[in-house]
Design a binder for this molecule. Structure first.
Ligand code: FE2
Length: 199
């Protein structure tokens, strides 16, 4: 059995730091850890940057852009790529890991949608038949690992969730942020968005 360890180094660096130092630590961490593959098209960092670029070009708020940029941080924090397993073969609830890790530093409008971006995919697959067909093959595979379609009761419950509308929108940007070779701005383009959200 594989053990996944939560990397506390980023949280330690951010605790007690100034807002500028927090952004520096966050961006340095993403640069350092984000070179691993997200799928066969993009790295983790490219995926984060593409998702944030979609949020930005859609006129997203600081919170929405920050949420988009950081939505998969959980993948980097659990050191999944230090193991022999492909991260898509096992559901480690990276969205919950990422949201909880960021809670001390960001408001709920940033962290709640991060925590919901996997159930949002399940929700969209449940209510929109075309949505599932449009997913990448890796995303279709992880959808099955993550629980597949929602039952009616799950769907009704999920529709009561705060921040639902944005969580679903984040999911659509997430799905769009997987284009190999797509040139988008780097992390520094989002410094002001992240700074505006840090608590
Ligand atoms: Fe993602």
């Amino acid at each position: 059995m594989t053990t996944h360890i939560l990397d506390q180094s980023l949280a330690h660096q951010m605790q007690g730091a100034t807002k500028e130092e927090k952004v520096d630590a966050l961006f340095a961490y993403m640069e350092k850890k984000g070179g691993t593959n997200y799928d066969d098209q993009v790295t983790q960092l490219e995926h984060a940057l593409q998702t944030a670029a979609l949020a930005k070009s859609a006129g997203g708020t600081h919170a929405q852009v920050t949420s988009a940029l950081l939505h998969d941080l959980g993948h980097l924090l659990v050191c999944e790529h230090n193991t022999e397993n492909d991260f898509l073969t096992e559901d480690l609830e990276h969205e919950v890991v990422g949201a909880k890790y960021l809670e001390p530093f960001f408001p709920r409008e940033v962290t709640v949608p991060i925590g919901l971006h996997v159930p949002s995919k399940r929700y969209l697959c449940t209510v929109d038949a075309n949505y599932h067909d449009g997913l990448s093959s890796a995303s279709k595979h992880s959808f099955e690992v993550q629980g597949g379609k929602m039952s009616d009761a799950e769907r009704v419950e999920f529709e009561k969730t705060p921040h639902l509308e944005f969580a679903v929108q984040l999911r659509r940007w997430d799905d769009g942020g997987k284009v190999g070779g797509c040139k988008v701005p780097g992390l520094e383009a989002y410094r002001d968005d992240v700074l505006a959200c840090l608590v």
